[in-house]
Write a protein that binds this ligand. Structure first.
Ligand code: F6R
Length: 616
């Protein structure tokens, strides 16, 4: 959600700012803009509603010159996605420009106060108060010191922000700061860079610095970065990390879209995750930073997540309860945050699942759990993300950059990561022998090849996608862990094809959703060979009797399903019931993608959605 970039150095800024914004497109946005400062002290801005490609066209015509500048992709919260509301926003003098990611909760009071002293506003955004506050400080107590002016202004703000600011009076200086919203900076021979995440930086450096909340960084054209903390002390050794994938990982590399690439990358992602995880004491999970006895003492686990990651949580619950016999509650972060009566035990562990590590609701819930005395463990994909920094331990799934908004490889990798945790717990608390842990690990090692087999059967998904032509709605059914696969399949279909999809545990169908079914209505039934297979078969029959078209996800050799259903998406035999969700979901990812493409939609950037949801 919203992307911020900034550059000061030897190169022309506009070209990199535009490229940087293009790599941040995946975060979700509806308008974009840049502001460049020329060496003679002129500000030149270009902004528009629409895509970065539209901005590029306007920038090509306007040709803003200068080697220092800021850029922004905006996901509208306050004010419609219009040219006027697009960032950057300027102060009253037109000499200070600001881009901002986050929400200023007290902007109305601040705006009233500023207007009372003569400030005039041009947009409906909360952001616009920031350049005006910086102007007040710049012309007042902080004169001549942009970093101090930014700090003074931010001291007045409530909410969350990642801010980048340039000023025509100090060309070549870029000031950035953050609280709650992500921001990283990097120093190179070419100059200094700032960005919401590492994606735009992967082309220019492999080493980035993190800012803590309230840190203010001054970047200058020689590449120097000076960071000062909230108390005004210089931060000599800021936290830093290396980007552990090369820039090509974030490029399409011959695929027609990122979603296709990421679906295909799942086998390798799981291989990376599993590598070297089995040791003589079971699963190696040093990231947990808990001793065996501390692990054994855990008597409840609360999983906090949103969206697709929440679905991982539902499957993780089954694995942890089945293997480690520890009771698990799975909570939507947004619901948990407003449940005042939540109960934890003395030894409750909080497991946070978030691919971006920046989801505002999830972060708030994790902080609350920690406040309740729980150890917080995070499963995430993004190095140095807020969830990782705030957790007591973090397991990185190492899936590589996931650019498509709809999560695919992060979903399956998070699932396998949660299995590693479940096995680690089960061995620590004595519920599983080493031999049993080894057996489950070997089962997981089969996942990549099983996934490859499903990927080779993509023609089945393409064929089945025709069944959704001209349809308005659909139903996804499954039992036990397959009900979660149904939820995930329905979510994928909804988010990228804009086709309504309702997911239900099969047995619940008769209690309401069955009334949706009429001639030609598509029902996707996940019916692998397991102990509830025949129960789901009965539900399929009930759908067929009412004229539904049933697209089954079934195990190779299932003659009954082959005879009954109009389409079958075949899944190879899996060594354990908990392996099935990681393999069968690939059909549903492919199916959703084919349906969306058939309908002519951009599968990577579905409307209204953002990759990391940084507002509550
Ligand atoms: C859907 C999807 C979202 C995210 C959700 C939470 O494909 O990706 O539902 O799962 O917004 O995001 P994270 O995992 O980053 O906390």
């Amino acid at each position: 959600m919203c992307g911020v970039v900034g550059y000061t150095g030897r190169k022309q800024a506009a070209a990199w700012l535009l490229d940087g914004l293009a790599t941040l497109e995946y975060r979700g946005y509806d308008s974009a803009g840049i502001q460049v400062v020329s060496s003679s002290g002129n500000l030149h801005g270009v902004k528009c509603a629409g895509r970065v490609a539209d901005l590029r066209e306007r920038a090509a015509a306007a040709n803003p010159e200068g080697t220092c500048g800021i850029g922004h992709t905006r996901w509208a919260t306050h004010g419609a996605p219009t040219d006027r509301n697009a960032h950057p926003h300027l102060d009253g003098s037109g000499r200070i420009a600001v881009v901002h990611n986050g929400i200023i909760e007290n902007f109305q009071e601040l705006k009233r106060e500023l207007m009372a002293t003569g400030h005039q506003f041009r947009s409906d955004t909360d952001t616009e108060v920031i350049p005006h506050l910086i102007q007040e400080a710049w012309e007042g107590p902080a004169k001549g010191d942009l970093a101090m002016a930014v700090r003074n202004a931010c001291d007045r703000l409530e909410g969350s922000w990642a801010v980048a600011c340039v000023c025509a009076d100090v060309p070549g200086t870029l000031v950035v700061t953050r609280k709650g919203s992500p921001l990283v900076v990097a120093s190179t021979d070419d100059g200094a860079y700032a960005a919401s995440d590492v994606m735009p930086l992967a082309d220019v450096t492999s080493h980035v610095l993190q800012l803590n909340d309230y840190d203010v960084a001054t970047l200058t054209s020689d590449g120097a970065i000076r960071i000062v903390d909230r108390d005004g002390r210089v931060v000599d050794n800021p936290t830093s990390f290396d980007i552990d994938w090369d820039a090509s990982a974030a490029k399409m590399g011959g695929y027609s879209d990122f979603m296709a690439k990421e679906i295909n990358e799942q086998p390798e992602a799981i291989e990376r995750l599993l590598k070297d995880r089995l040791g003589e004491h079971g699963i190696e999970l040093d990231e947990l930073s808990l001793s065996r006895s501390e692990l054994a003492a855990i008597d409840k686990i609360v999983i906090i997540a949103c969206g697709t990651s929440y679905h991982v949580g539902l499957i993780a619950k089954v694995a942890i309860e089945r293997w480690a016999k520890v009771p698990v509650a799975v909570e939507f972060a947004s619901e948990f945050n407003y449940n005042e009566d939540y109960l934890v035990t003395d030894h409750t562990m909080c497991l946070v699942i978030t691919q971006s590590g920046e989801t505002a609701d999830t972060l708030a819930a994790a902080r609350r759990m920690r406040g309740m005395g729980c150890t917080v463990f995070a499963i995430t994909n993004v190095l140095g993300s807020t969830a990782a920094r705030e957790a007591d331990g973090t397991l990185y799934i190492q899936a590589g950059p996931e650019v498509a908004v709809a999560s695919t490889k992060a979903y399956t990798a998070q699932m396998i990561a949660s299995y590693l945790l479940a096995l680690r717990l089960a061995y620590a608390n004595g519920r599983m022998t080493l031999a049993e842990v080894q057996k489950h690990y070997r089962d997981m090692e089969q996942v990549p090849d099983l996934m490859r087999e499903v990927l080779n059967r993509r023609w089945q998904d393409k064929q089945a996608s025709q069944r959704f032509r001209d349809k308005q709605s659909s139903l996804f059914l499954g039992r036990n862990v397959s009900s979660t696969t149904a939820y995930e399949g329905a979510l994928k279909l909804k988010e990228i094809s804009y086709l309504h999809a309702e997911a239900y545990p099969s047995g619940e169908m008769k209690h309401g959703p069955i009334s949706l079914i009429e001639g030609g209505f598509p029902v996707v039934a996940i019916v692998p060979a397991d102990h509830v297979h025949d129960k789901t078969v009965s539900n399929i029959q009930e759908c067929l009797a009412r004229g539904a078209v049933v697209i089954a996800v079934a195990t190779d050799g299932d003659e009954k399903i082959a005879k009954m259903c109009q389409e079958v998406l075949w899944v190879p035999q899996c060594p354990d019931q908990l392996i099935v969700p990681a393999v069968s979901v690939i059909h549903l990812q492919l199916l959703a993608r084919y349906v969306a493409r058939e309908r002519g939609y951009d599968v990577d950037k579905p409307r209204n959605l953002a990759k990391s949801v940084t507002v509550e």
